[in-house]
Ligand binder design. Structure first.
Ligand code: ADP
Ligand code: ZN
Length: 193
């Protein structure tokens, strides 16, 4: 592809925790805003007690976002825009089929759809929803964090409980930061017990 299509497209920004996915999404959306293209950023409303009105990177960059509970809500709020961004896609609760159909539908309507999310869960398995989008996307960028153990590029997110790998039968989605997750490379990653 020598130049990106001017029609609809899906861009996936993936990688482990702290790899800079949200920073990259914010960078692309700032350009969209400078170009004055009508756009909207969505973020999954995971916890109804706290509804964040923005996406924020671990390094502090922030942009306004609309909290949503389902792909249906995204679709219902995308009629007046050309560009849609969806951060933390792995937190969308509707299941892979709805996520895939929703994003495909937006791109088929001519929208640029920018999605950021984890490509692997804490068990180092492909993340449902993300893996389907990775297959159909026009553009995929895989980012890397730095392994906290050895300094190599980290592709995995290690979930820890009291410093030990979390059990394999724990819930797939547990919201947390540096207290709960570490960036690790393949050799330093310890499998869930
Ligand atoms: P993601 O959305 O992929 O979780 P963010 O964009 O929110 O990532 O944050 C990326 C930032 O996280 C980096 O710019 C850096 O400041 C910080 N960071 C914290 N731990 C690490 C790490 N182990 N490797 C790389 N960056 C890290
Ligand atoms: Zn390592």
């Amino acid at each position: 592809m020598t130049r990106p299509s001017t029609g609809g497209r899906i861009e996936v920004i993936c990688g482990g925790m702290y790899s800079g996915k949200t920073e990259e999404l914010i960078r692309r959306m700032r350009q969209v805003m400078i170009a004055r293209q009508p756009c909207r950023i969505f973020t999954p409303r995971l916890d109804t007690r706290y509804s964040a009105q923005h996406v924020a990177s671990h390094a502090g960059a922030k942009l306004e976002a609309v909290p949503v509970s389902s792909m249906r809500e995204v679709l219902a709020n995308a009629d007046d825009v050309q560009v849609v961004a969806l951060d933390e896609l792995h937190f969308m609760q509707d299941g892979a089929a709805a996520i895939l159909a929703g994003c495909q539908g937006l791109a088929d309507r001519g929208l640029r759809v920018i999605v950021a999310g984890l490509d692997q869960n804490y068990r180092a398995e492909p993340f449902d929803g993300m893996m389907q989008l990775l297959a159909v996307a026009e553009q995929v960028d895989k980012l890397y964090a730095i392994c906290v153990r050895c300094g190599a590029y980290a592709t995995r997110s290690q979930r820890l409980i009291d410093g030990r790998p979390a059990p394999a039968d724990a819930p797939t989605i547990v919201v947390g930061g540096l207290d709960l997750y570490e960036a690790r490379c393949r050799s330093c990653y310890e499998p869930a017990r």
